[in-house]
Design a protein around this ligand. Sequence first.
Ligand SMILES: Cc1cc2nc3c(=O)[nH]c(=O)nc-3n(C[C@H](O)[C@H](O)[C@H](O)COP(=O)(O)OP(=O)(O)OC[C@H]3O[C@@H](n4cnc5c(N)ncnc54)[C@H](O)[C@@H]3O)c2cc1C
Ligand code: SF4
Length: 281
Amino acid sequence: MKFQRYKTHSFVRKILEGGTMLHYGAKTIPDNGYFAIPRLTSDGLMLCGDSAGMLNPQRLKGIHLAIKSGLMAAETIYECLKNNDFSAEALKSYQTRFDNSWAREELYKTRNFHAGFKGGLLPGLAHGMFQMMTGGKGLFERRVNKHDHEYMCKLDEYGRHTGKLPEKETIKPDNKYTFDKLTDVYKSGTQHEEEQPSHLVITDTDICNNQCTEEYGNPCRHFCPAQVYEMVDDPDREGKLKLQLTPSNCVHCKTCDIADPYQVIRWVVPQGGEGPNYENM
Ligand SMILES: Cc1cc2nc3c(=O)[nH]c(=O)nc-3n(C[C@H](O)[C@H](O)[C@H](O)COP(=O)(O)OP(=O)(O)OC[C@H]3O[C@@H](n4cnc5c(N)ncnc54)[C@H](O)[C@@H]3O)c2cc1C
Ligand code: SF4
């Protein structure tokens, strides 16, 4: 919604004037930095690029790190092929390669960048400046960061801070500068077979229909860019709402997996080849 509003600002509007929306896409980025990188190998497994959280959180860039880690993984596989051994022990040399590479050095230098914003924008910017002056350390050697969903404010907490509940922001789509979510979904080219088992598994819908409605106001309706989550009238409970899912709309951005405050949404991989079709993007 904020981005839709941003496009209607007179300055941005002028830039977009005469343009046409060709495609639409949405994707989260793994920007928690060095300390969020998991162990990189296991039996028959190596993690590279975004799947390993190798993204420079200060520059929001990860292509070069994905390429570098891919190269190091390829060198490791070459060795493993020669020895016909793909055990965790044999793949350990990938971890060693990463630990000795410029990729690790670059990520280590920005290790506390994201966590620096824990106290808000201004402390985060100040910390970013110290980080540059101290070769990456900043004000602390290691700052523990919470999971993203733990920063979400409950409705009553929000009310306590601001004296009022959040107002729902709405913009009437003009289909020129601003668009509704279903038009966006269409422009993402996403496709899923309607009959396949849902690739979004809700482990406890009771939480969605009761506790979350009361405590957080079902934020999945707002943070999902593809209108997968809707709260509709529950025919069995007068005046109450229940969660309705449309998984075939999903554009695979993974926001729900990360941002759901109760962590009851499990995003699993749908059958092969399904999802958005990001041609020319
Ligand atoms: C909006 C945005 C802007 C960005 N801008 C920049 C930038 O300017 N510069 C920069 O350096 N970085 C940028 N990044 C980050 C960069 O795009 C990523 O760090 C990088 O693409 C990660 O590469 P990857 O190969 O690890 O993962 P990806 O590029 O995500 O590739 C993973 C691939 O695996 C496929 N896949 C997923 N699941 C399955 C499955 N089950 N079976 C088969 N295939 C599967 C996906 O379809 C995808 O093609 C940006 C990211 C975003 C979201
Ligand atoms: S269902 Fe989840 S992964 Fe799919 S588009 Fe919505 S927020 Fe993104």
